[in-house]
Design a protein around this ligand. Sequence first.
Ligand SMILES: CC(=O)N[C@H]1[C@@H](O[C@@H]2[C@H](O)[C@H](O)[C@@H](O)[C@H](O)[C@H]2O)O[C@H](CO)[C@@H](O)[C@@H]1O
Ligand SMILES: [Zn+2]
Length: 297
Amino acid sequence: MSARGILFVHAHPDDETVSTGATLAHYADRPDVHLTVVTCTLGEEGEVRVPHLAQLAADQADQLGGYRLAEYRAAVAALGVTDTHFLGGVGRWRDSGMMGLPSNGHPRAFWGADVDEAAADLVAVLRDRRPDVLVTYDPDGFYGHPDHIQAHRVAMRAADLAADPTWRPDLGPAHRIRKTYWTTIPRTVIEARFAAFAGASDNPFAGAASVDELPFGAPDDQIHARIAAGPAAAERKRAAMAAHATQIAPGDWLDLLGDKLGGGLGEDAALAEYYILAAGEQGPGEGPHGWESDLLS
Ligand SMILES: CC(=O)N[C@H]1[C@@H](O[C@@H]2[C@H](O)[C@H](O)[C@@H](O)[C@H](O)[C@H]2O)O[C@H](CO)[C@@H](O)[C@@H]1O
Ligand SMILES: [Zn+2]
């Protein structure tokens, strides 16, 4: 039987690890599963958490994108992922920066991309890799970042176009994705660690007084899958997070988001990542909420 594919569409180099690193590591060693990670920008507008690299920032040497490409290569290697693709080719779309910043208007900012133009490149990848499952963000981009919102729009548009045999047959035979998931975190998980989250460094949501004030998180009954990676996959995610050193510092919000809030390397060996089934039929579930434990079910 040929390998079944799971294709992930992420906005920046670090999202593949923070949002889905344990899931990638969980499936990486399975010979019957093919993983593809599509990343939309190089993360040029990111902050720099490593002091001696601070001058790489966009408002100085503007070399952070190239540096994060190297971090990304190390991170996906740590996760065991070998099939990666940058949307439109490496460097086509630029990190737009946080919502409302002048960088949103950069001529190559992903936020300003024509969705159908960007989706066409993704259709070519979808029709080539022919995955069973697509993973991306919800319509709010998980936490409202413009590149995450755009990644959702492009991924969902591409999924529709890839399935249409009359649309751009030059991009390959039509392919219909069986299931589409959006990343999420249960509000109950955030609530259980809210004090730690609110106190995390570099947290753009540090001012939130409660989980209700956060732009992300879903009620348990709106979640459809929980992938609980074992200790080996959790450790691979830890190594991948460490590879993204310019973006993730120990104890900062992304460290918690990718680690303790996700079920926690600190609290237990099983590091959980959660998904909403946006399209397709839910497979057999388990536990009190009937959550799937396999995205390919
Ligand atoms: C996980 C993610 O999407 N990170 C983005 C995000 O980074 C945040 C941003 O720099 C913000 O200003 C900080 O307060 C916050 O701590 C960062 O996580 O936005 C960056 C710019 O678009 C992007 O490069 C980074 O990958
Ligand atoms: Zn991101």
